[in-house]
Design a protein around this ligand. Structure first.
Ligand SMILES: [Ca+2]
Ligand SMILES: [Ca+2]
Ligand SMILES: [Zn+2]
Ligand SMILES: [Zn+2]
Length: 582
C-alpha cells in the first residue's frame, strides 16, 4: 500500500486560503462585515468527513456573522468545532433543529432569498458570549426623516414608478403609525433615506448577487452620509399583489429594510418582519399591522406614537406611578397598581399598554378591593397568594380557594401587614419584608424558619419599606420601591452595581424620548413636495399625504432647487395603489 504523502493532514484540516477583497471589508458605514484572511476548513456536506466545505457555504456563514473572523494578529484559524457551532447558531436563528450538520433543511434555508445584513454583528461574533443587544446609538436622534426614490426598477412593466413610490410610502407609514417618527418625501439629493434599485456591485462595498440570494439591504441610522439608505437588488423580479411563488414582494421587503433604516436588527422571533429570510407577501399594504415583537422593539427605541387612552378615569399611568405589588406568576411578570395590573411575557414584553382590572382576572377577590399589598406564586403547589392588610387569599390559577381570606398570622407574621414577598431561587424559601425587617418562611413545610425577623439591612444596598419584590427567570431577584428597582443576582445578598434603575423605562416601555423635543424639528433647508389637500384624504379613511405644504410651513422653507414638479402628488399615488388593489 502506498504510504500517505506527508502533506496530508492527519484529520480534518484546512483547505484553500482566501483573502477577501478590499471592498468586502467593513467600510465603517454601519454594515458590520467579517474580515479576512480566512482559511476554508475541510468538511463535507454531512459534516463528518474531510471533504472541503463548499466556499459558498463558508462565505454564507461569515457574511451573515455566524463565523467570527480569525484574529488578524495571531492568525488563529477556524476550528471544526467553531464551524459546527456556527452552523448550530445559524440553525437556531432560522428556527431549524440544531444539528450542527449541513443537512438538506439547512442548505435549503441558506438558499432562501434574504436580506444582506448579518444576523450576528462582527463584535458579537468576536466577543462570543456577549449577549445580543441593540446598540443604543443605532437610532435617529431626530424625529422628522426625509425619503426619496432615486432610481426605480429597470423592469417597469412589473411595477410602475407611482406604484413603487406608493409602496415605499406605505412601508414607511407602517413604522410611523406606531412610533413618533415622521417621514416626508422630498425631491432633493439630501434625503435621509435614499432608495435605490441597483444591481451587482453598486459602489457601496456590498454588491448584490443576481436573482435570489441577497435581495436588499439598508444602512443603520447615524451621522454617516449613507445612514438610512436602502438598496433593492434590481435583478429580483419585484412585484406587488403577486401569488406567493412569483417574484419578490416589494412591500414586504421594504417594511423589513425600513426597519433597519430606523435602527432594528435581525431577530429569530417566529412572528417578526425582521427575520432575515424572505417570508413572502404580507397582504394589503393599506391594512398591514406589524407583529407585536416588532412593535415592542421599535417602542424600545423611540417610544410610542400616541399616549394611550386610559381604560377608566382612575386607571393609573404606568410611566409615572410606583407599584403596590410585583410578582412573577407562571414565568410572567405582573405589576399591580390600585385596582389594575399590567402583564409582561416571559420575554419581558408588555402584553398590553392598557392595564387590566384585578378583580376581573383574579375571580374571588372582593370587588371593592382598592389595592393589594404583595403577591407571590408559592413554591411546591404553584398557587398564587395575595396579601392585603392583615388578610391573604390563595388562588389556584384565576380562582380563589375556598375558605379565604384568612389572617396572615397563619404564616407566623405579626399583625402589621406585608410590604413585599418573593421566593429566592437560591434556596426556594419565601421572604417577607415589612418596614426594615424580613422573615424567612418554608412553604414546603408551611412554617416560619427560626431566628427571624432579621434586619433588612443584611441585604446590602436595598432600601427599607419596599413596595414589593420578585424573582425573575434570569436567576436574579428584583426589588421595587417608588419609581426604581434593584437587582440582586444569584445567591448574593447584595445589590448589583449600576442599580437602582427606572422601572418605567426597563419594564414598562416608557422612554424619555416619547415626545418631540425642539431640536428634533426638521431642518429648515429640507425641501418638501408640494401637495395640496384633496377630498380623497377624508374619503378613504387613510392619511394619504405625509407632506407639509411649503406655503403652510411656519419654518420658512427656502425655494427648492429641485424640480419638485416632476413628482406627482402623493395622493395620486394612493389612488394608483388603490386602483391596483381593486
Ligand atoms: Ca440577489
Ligand atoms: Ca407592597
Ligand atoms: Zn435585514
Ligand atoms: Zn447597497
Amino acid at each position: 500500500m502506498k504510504p500517505k504523502p506527508l502533506t496530508t493532514p492527519p484529520q480534518c484540516g484546512w483547505g484553500r486560503h482566501i483573502t477577501l477583497t478590499e471592498t468586502q471589508h467593513n467600510n465603517g458605514d454601519g454594515i458590520p462585515r467579517a474580515r479576512g484572511p480566512f482559511f476554508v476548513p475541510r468538511l463535507n456536506n454531512t459534516g463528518h468527513g474531510c471533504d472541503r466545505l463548499p466556499k459558498s457555504t463558508f462565505d454564507w456563514l461569515s457574511k451573515f456573522g455566524y463565523l467570527p473572523p480569525p484574529d488578524p494578529v495571531t492568525g488563529q484559524l477556524q476550528t471544526k468545532e467553531a464551524l459546527t457551532k456556527a452552523i448550530k447558531a445559524m440553525q437556531k436563528f432560522g428556527g431549524l433543529k440544531e444539528t450542527g450538520v449541513l443537512d438538506q433543511e439547512t442548505l435549503g434555508l441558506m438558499k432562501t432569498p434574504r436580506c444582506s445584513l448579518p444576523d450576528v454583528s462582527e463584535t458579537e461574533g468576536t466577543v462570543g458570549r456577549r449577549k445580543r443587544s441593540l446598540n443604543p446609538q443605532n437610532k435617529w436622534n431626530k424625529r422628522h426623516l426625509s425619503w426619496r426614490v432615486r432610481t426605480f426598477p429597470k423592469d417597469s412593466a412589473l411595477l410602475g414608478r407611482d406604484t413603487v413610490r406608493a409602496l415605499m410610502y406605505y412601508a414607511l407609514k407602517v413604522w410611523s403609525d406606531i412610533a413618533p417618527l415622521n417621514f416626508h418625501e422630498v425631491a432633493g439629493s439630501d434625503a435621509d433615506i435614499q432608495i435605490d434599485f441597483t444591481k451587482a456591485d453598486h459602489n457601496d462595498g456590498y454588491p448584490f448577487d443576481g436573482p435570489g440570494g441577497t435581495v436588499a439591504h439598508a444602512f443603520f441610522p447615524g451621522e454617516r452620509f449613507t445612514a438610512g439608505d436602502t438598496h433593492f437588488d434590481d435583478d429580483e423580479a419585484w412585484t406587488f399583489r403577486s401569488p406567493e411563488s412569483h417574484g419578490m414582494d416589494l412591500f414586504a421587503v421594504a417594511v423589513h429594510e425600513f426597519g433597519h433604516a430606523i435602527g432594528l436588527v435581525h431577530t429569530s422571533a417566529i412572528e417578526s418582519i425582521m427575520r432575515p429570510y424572505y417570508q413572502g407577501p404580507v397582504g394589503d399594504p393599506l391594512k398591514y399591522d406589524l407583529p407585536y415583537e416588532d412593535k415592542v422593539r421599535v417602542w424600545q427605541l423611540y417610544g410610542m406614537r400616541f399616549p394611550f387612552p386610559l381604560l377608566a378615569r382612575d386607571a393609573p399611568d404606568r410611566c409615572t406611578s410606583h407599584f403596590d405589588a410585583v410578582a412573577q406568576i407562571r414565568g410572567e411578570a405582573f405589576f399591580f397598581k390600585g385596582k389594575y395590573f399590567w402583564r409582561l411575557t416571559r420575554e419581558k414584553h408588555l402584553v398590553s399598554l392598557r392595564p387590566a382590572q384585578i378583580h376581573r382576572f383574579w375571580r374571588g377577590l372582593p370587588p371593592n378591593l382598592d389595592s393589594v399589598d404583595a403577591v407571590y406564586e408559592r413554591p411546591g403547589d404553584h398557587k398564587i397568594v395575595f396579601f392585603k392588610g392583615l388578610k391573604y387569599w390563595v388562588f389556584k390559577d384565576n380562582n380563589v380557594e375556598e375558605g379565604y381570606p384568612r389572617p396572615i398570622s397563619d404564616f407566623g407574621l405579626p399583625l402589621e401587614g406585608v410590604d413585599a414577598v418573593f421566593v429566592w431561587l437560591h434556596n426556594d424559601k419565601t421572604y417577607f419584608f415589612k418596614d426594615n425587617r424580613y422573615w424567612r418562611y418554608d412553604d414546603h413545610l408551611r412554617r416560619m424558619d427560626l431566628g427571624y425577623p432579621k434586619d433588612s439591612s443584611l441585604w446590602k444596598g436595598l432600601p427599607p419599606h419596599l413596595d414589593d419584590a420578585m424573582r425573575w427567570s434570569d436567576g436574579s431577584s428584583y426589588f421595587f420601591k417608588g419609581k426604581e428597582y434593584w437587582r440582586v443576582p444569584g445567591s448574593d445578598m447584595e445589590v448589583e452595581a449600576g442599580y437602582p434603575r427606572l422601572i418605567a423605562k426597563d419594564w414598562l416601555l416608557c422612554t424619555e424620548m416619547q415626545s418631540d423635543s425642539p431640536d428634533t424639528q426638521p431642518k429648515s433647508t429640507e425641501t418638501r413636495v408640494n401637495v395640496q389637500n384633496h377630498p380623497d384624504h377624508a374619503e378613504n379613511g387613510y392619511e394619504v399625504c405625509s407632506c407639509t405644504s411649503d406655503t403652510a410651513s411656519p419654518l420658512g422653507v427656502r425655494p427648492s432647487p429641485s424640480p419638485v414638479w416632476l413628482l406627482p402628488p402623493l395622493w395620486t399615488l394612493s389612488l394608483a395603489l388603490r386602483s391596483e388593489l381593486l
